[in-house]
Design a protein around this ligand. Structure first.
Ligand SMILES: Nc1ncnc2c1ncn2[C@@H]1O[C@H](COP(=O)(O)OP(=O)(O)OP(=O)(O)O)[C@@H](O)[C@H]1O
Ligand SMILES: [Mg+2]
Length: 288
């Protein structure tokens, strides 16, 4: 059976843990499950890309990042400038993933300015020019035979790039803080997913793996109240995962490039144990 999966991490609210979860799911899938995994960074902030490769700060004063020269490029290559990014899926149609330090884990990095241009597409052109392109790319025989799994990190918005990611996905996972802005975002994300499913056949429905409470401290009243609110809402409650992520500085640490994967932390490390269990539950739902 072909179990090729495309998982998008989405929540249109910022800072809820999308990039942390995308990074950690990619590492879990490649290191622990041995899956050939492709990470795709669709966020012009380039946060996920900077966790894995040495991105270039553009010298135009913009503070924007772009990918470095690809390790497979040679100066004899006259048809390629040596740089590839996720934006190439839309511009040239050919995108060449970069290897990471982790065996079996590649990344198609973001290019801040080119991705921002993709987002500028006219509203009426969104479906044909943006949304369909990513799906077509990810289901090319070449891509499907190179990878078992694709994990897409999105920006905090429901714009064309996030919509394209959802249209291209088999699964979605939604991290959320248990505070007002990100909880409000959940209803919109579930509605967007339901909308996408209108156009899909019964066996191709976009599945919600779950809503993952992040930075959760049940000793905090506002977190408890939001958990209660969600668990009593019949449209949301079935999606809340039976695991969550607490607020731990080791998660911040695991995002530094020189620290590397949280799966290199000692097995006794609480953050590692917690997020390993989260990944186990997530991938059980995907492959189980
Ligand atoms: N459980 C946690 N404990 C401590 N720090 C966390 C936790 N989860 C995320 N963080 C930190 O919070 C910040 C935001 O996390 P992250 O970048 O993953 O969110 P995001 O949803 O991708 O943000 P954006 O919407 O801007 O893309 C980062 O500095 C990250 O290291
Ligand atoms: Mg992010």
């Amino acid at each position: 059976m072909n179990d090729y999966c495309v998982i998008t991490t989405a929540n249109n609210k910022g800072g809820v843990g999308k990039t942390l979860l995308s990074k950690t799911m990619g590492e879990y899938a490649s290191i622990i499950l041995g899956k050939r995994t492709l990470l795709i960074d669709l966020d012009p902030q380039t946060n996920l890309s900077r966790r894995f490769i040495d991105m270039r700060l553009l010298s135009d004063g913009s503070e924007d990042y772009a990918p470095p020269i690809h390790p497979d490029w040679s100066s004899n290559d006259k048809e390629w400038d040596g740089v590839s990014s996720s934006a190439d899926i839309w511009f040239s149609g050919e995108a060449i993933p970069y290897p990471t330090d982790i065996k079996g884990l590649d990344i198609l990095p973001a290019h801040a300015q080119l991705l921002a241009d993709v987002e500028l597409v006219n509203k009426q052109d969104v479906y044909l020019k943006v949304v369909r392109r990513l799906r077509d790319f990810l289901f090319l025989p070449d891509v499907m035979s190179s990878y078992d799994l694709v994990v897409i990190d999105t920006r905090p918005s429901k714009g064309p790039l996030t919509t394209a990611a959802l249209h291209a996905s088999t699964h979605i996972v939604i991290p959320s803080e248990m505070e007002a802005p990100s909880v409000e975002g959940l209803f919109g994300m579930v509605a967007l997913r339901n909308n996408i499913n209108i156009g899909r056949s019964r066996d191709e429905q976009l599945k919600i793996i779950g809503i993952l409470p992040n930075k959760l401290q049940l000793s905090t009243q506002v977190h408890r109240e939001h958990m209660e609110l969600l668990t009593s809402d019949p449209n949301i409650a079935p999606y809340i995962l039976p695991v969550n992520i607490g607020y731990r500085t080791d998660y911040k640490k695991s995002m530094y490039r020189d620290v590397g994967s949280i799966f290199t932390f000692p097995p006794s490390n609480k953050a590692r144990q917690e997020i390993q269990e989260v990944c186990r539950v997530i991938f059980d739902r995907v492959y189980g």
